[in-house]
Design a protein around this ligand. Structure first.
Ligand code: NAD
Length: 434
């Protein structure tokens, strides 16, 4: 990889393949790594390792569409760091996917996997495509061609993809089948987040929401907030937000406000979460749900709550939104929902933020369980999965919280400290080859 080494020109060594004036999400990741460097002691001599993805593969994905034309899509797979184990991270199908974003998401996966101490490095992939515009048959051909192109770098011991925005258990099944056809052996462990019939794990679907609820409960315990009767707002009522809302509701909390791509709802007594989940299942969104008031987006963000769970998209909490937020604990279910300036304002306002790399790690933890179960061909009960998930997430939260108190830093910085120490320790002990 050729890099621009001119320190006068760039604070960081900007890879020549990114636009030096706007390096996008990767720039945010570099800033976060820089913020951690002073806490790493002698390990900081290895810090450049984190600022350079180990391996980047950009592939052309040509495919014949249903109407007979040939389309080409740009695909990526990035291994950010594999010092602690094989690469692990999702595959995103979205029209805005770009190399900088995939590099940053791979970097955040290295941090997340190390923060919760699962034995994986960080990887991520994606195709620049709006999947809603293509038929299922077209998506199957695109996925199979993309899998063949990245087949050079994925594998149960090298790099294990999983679903992300725009991809599903069905996408994982196509990847698993294509990889297995190309290698000549059925290889269930090459992806996680698979359907149960193909070696998927029980408990995977609700794992991320359960992790969100677990860290929120730990923080509530630390801060003496009673979950019984606590007020909760949730942005995004899909896999993560819907599950987290249900678990809060079952713990006696009141989910008073929700927002999704179809609008915002409020009920001061607490929404009937089971009925709302059923409504979303039937209609695709929260719109037109009876027994709630429709509110504006600004009213949603300003709702006074004990817990706010952004569980929709990235870049939601900018300066303006952060100024409106009135909550005690913000639990990042989504990846990257808070922009750095929003984060600063939340800090000034004394809002306790549980960062994505810990709060939404439940998904990758159960993906780890799935991978282990596939290797041993021995499957655990849902109860075992839940118990092990809660134990790992709780331990991770407590060690990050302890580092935050010791260094008097935010949980986000503390999570980076814990994770970067683990990654760079591994790097140092392995030593440089040759
Ligand atoms: P999902 O597709 O099931 O749900 C997304 C929700 O966001 C939907 O309710 C949708 O209506 C809502 N939404 C979309 N656009 C919106 C907008 N403009 N305004 C408000 N709401 C909007 O997705 P998910 O799996 O629940 O993922 C949500 C977030 O959690 C993503 O950031 C994802 O990367 C992250 N995440 C998911 C997992 C997982 O295991 N599913 C793991 C880690 C992180």
């Amino acid at each position: 990889m050729s890099v621009n080494q001119d320190p006068q020109k760039n604070q960081h060594a900007i890879p020549s393949y990114l636009n030096a004036d706007d390096i996008g999400a990767w720039g945010i990741f570099l800033q976060q790594v820089d913020r951690v460097a002073p806490y790493l002691g002698s390990l900081s001599r290895w810090i450049e390792t984190l600022k350079r993805p180990k391996r980047i593969l950009v592939v052309d994905v040509p495919v014949e569409l249903d109407n007979g034309t040939i389309a080409h899509f740009e695909g990526y797979r990035v291994h950010h760091n594999v010092s602690r184990g094989p690469g692990k991270g999702g595959i995103r199908y979205h029209q805005d996917v770009n190399l900088s974003e995939v590099m940053a998401l791979a970097g955040w996966m290295s941090v997340k996997n190390a923060a919760v101490n699962v034995p994986f490095g960080g990887a991520k992939g994606g195709i620049r495509i709006d999947p809603r515009k293509y038929s299922s048959k077209e998506l199957e051909r695109i996925t199979r061609r993309y899998t063949s192109e990245i087949g050079l770098v994925i594998g149960p011991s090298n790099d294990i993809p999983a679903p992300d925005v725009g991809t599903t258990p069905q996408t994982m099944a196509w990847i698993m089948d294509t990889y297995s056809m190309n290698t000549g052996a059925t290889s269930t462990g090459v992806v996680t987040g698979k359907p149960i019939y193909l070696g998927g794990s029980l408990g995977r679907v609700e794992a991320t929401g359960r992790g969100v609820f677990t860290v929120a409960s730990e923080a509530a315990r630390e801060k003496n907030i009673d979950l019984q009767g606590a007020r909760v707002a949730v942005q995004g009522f899909g896999n993560v937000g819907g599950t987290a809302a249900r678990l809060f509701h079952e713990a006696g909390a009141k989910v008073v406000a929700v927002m999704d791509h179809t609008g915002q709802l409020y009920n001061d007594k607490g929404l009937d979460i089971y009925a709302l989940l059923e409504h979303v299942q039937k209609t695709g969104g929260i719109k037109d749900f009876a027994d709630a008031d429709v509110i504006s987006a600004d009213e949603f963000w300003s709702t006074k709550t004990d817990f706010l769970v952004p569980a929709a998209l990235e870049n939601q909490i900018n300066e303006r939104v952060a100024n409106m937020i009135d909550t005690k604990i913000l639990v990042e279910g989504a990846n990257g929902p808070t922009l750095p300036k929003g984060d600063d304002i939340l800090k000034e306002k004394g809002i306790f933020v549980i960062p994505d790399v810990v709060a939404n790690a439940g998904g990758v933890v159960v993906s780890y369980f799935e991978w282990v179960q596939d290797f041993s061909s021995f499957f655990w009960t849902e109860e075992e999965i839940h118990q092990r998930l809660v134990r790992i997430i709780t331990d991770a939260y407590r060690s990050v919280s302890e580092v935050a108190s010791r260094h008097q830093v935010s949980l986000r910085t503390a999570a980076f400290i814990v994770a970067c120490e683990r990654i760079l320790e591994a790097r140092q002990i392995r030593g440089l080859y040759p």
